[in-house]
Design a protein around this ligand. Structure first.
Ligand SMILES: [Ca+2]
Ligand SMILES: [Ca+2]
Length: 402
């Protein structure tokens, strides 16, 4: 028996030698690459240690990760030359954030370099400056965009809603919070092109912007509580013009609704305050966002109506889109038509590094943020890594205020 084993081992060694010899002949030259990561300029320190840097090859979809050392340098060895998506991210606990920011509030930092080309025999280093998102604050908890079908099988398209949750430990105010849908087709068909704004990694481009009213302290959201902005704030289940297969979005569930004043079809529930139209060139009858998957942001800006309006590069359309800087975006979520629609992403990676999709349209499916468990006072804490692929799950039925 021992002899047989020895022969097997010898044989394996020979095969291994042969394989490594073969490998040497066909070897593709690989690159040893370093990425240097620094904190935002307002931080007390420059070099960012403990940052996870992930490089994903755009062709093979293979990912390689490394963590930065005390000098803020991550070393990634043996990379194939090619086009990469580079993402750096770091969660700072409240304790870690205090000496860096002066505030004892948890921060989520990230940075990215999209379509970054690494050449053969390259010894270059990439510099990334982390961007702090206003974490610990308001997040999309549920986004229901797919719509439902009536018992008769008709598409029912007025029950979309956006639930926004206070994920922090302090009271936050909904006053002047803006909700916008972002330009770009979610890949409804295979011939669709990515949005011409995709190359701008520092801004999102809004099709329509609606704002919550209030004087600054009118609409407090307690920690662990949420608000709902409904497309149409009625009890869709019992309303005579509604749909028993839908959900209750009436008074007591919806906090605000979008009322398209110019529409001949939209209805205004007098018991639910209306959103203020800031920039609404294409509201349609109901401001229905893509049932194939919208890209949504919430943001605050001292004067949102003053934000620049731009045409989409690479198109001849004269429609203008409102430019919202990443720095003003509080949360963003990208939903697309299917699993292979990733190249149609509309939000900058720093806002949302991924995307989620429903299995169809008008099927009642809803997007819900995953919870991370309970915090103080039993409030639920929701996962927020600015990556919708990881942070959201698909549920078969919408669950407003659940
Ligand atoms: Ca409406
Ligand atoms: Ca109303």
């Amino acid at each position: 028996m021992k002899k047989i084993l020895q022969q097997v081992v010898a044989c394996l060694c020979a095969v291994t030698l042969l394989l490594s010899a073969c490998k040497k002949d066909n070897e593709v030259p690989t690159v040893n690459y370093t990425v240097k990561v620094t904190y935002p300029v307002t931080y007390t320190k420059s070099a960012a240690a403990g940052v996870k840097v992930t490089l994903t090859n755009s062709v093979t979809n293979t990912s390689t990760s490394a963590v930065t050392n005390e000098e803020g340098v991550a070393t990634l060895n043996g990379l194939l030359p090619g086009n990469y998506q580079v993402i750096a991210s770091r969660d700072l606990t409240a304790e870690e954030a205090l000496p860096l920011t002066g505030y004892s509030v948890a921060v989520y930092l990230n940075a990215s370099a999209l379509n970054h080309v690494i050449q053969a025999n390259s010894t270059a280093s990439l510099d990334l400056v982390l961007n702090g998102s206003k974490v610990g604050g308001l997040v999309f908890k549920e986004v229901f965009y797919a719509g439902t079908k009536t018992p008769g099988g008709t598409n029912y398209l007025i029950d979309q809603f956006y639930e926004i949750y206070n994920n922090s430990t302090e009271v936050m105010y909904a006053d002047s919070l803006c909700l916008a849908d972002i330009q770009g087709n979610p890949a409804i068909s295979s011939s669709v092109k990515p949005t011409g704004f995709q190359s701008d990694v520092n801004n999102a481009y809004a099709r329509n912007v609606w704002m919550i009213p209030g004087n600054g302290k009118t609409y407090p959201i307690e920690p662990g509580k949420s608000i709902i902005i409904a497309q149409t704030a009625i009890n869709h289940k019992t309303d005579p013009a509604g749909n028993p297969n839908s959900v209750d979005l009436g008074k007591g569930i919806s906090d605000f609704e979008v009322y398209v004043a110019s529409s001949t079809r939209d209805v205004d529930n007098p018991d639910v305050p209306n959103m203020i139209a800031i920039y609404t060139p294409t509201p349609g009858f109901y401001w229905q966002t893509y049932v194939f998957g919208p890209s949504m942001i919430i943001f605050k800006h001292p004067n949102p109506a003053s934000l620049p309006q731009l045409m989409e590069p690479g198109t001849t359309a004269t429609t203008l889109y409102m430019q919202v800087p990443n720095a003003n975006i509080i949360d963003g979520v990208d939903f697309l038509a299917n699993a292979t629609a990733g190249d149609k992403k509309r939000l900058p990676v720093a806002v949302d590094a991924g995307f989620k999709y429903a299995s169809g349209t008008y099927n009642g499916e809803s997007m819900v943020r995953k919870s991370k468990g309970n915090g103080t006072n039993g409030r639920l804490i929701y996962q927020d890594t600015n990556n919708t692929t990881d942070d959201f799950k698909v549920v078969p039925q919408a669950t407003p205020k659940k």
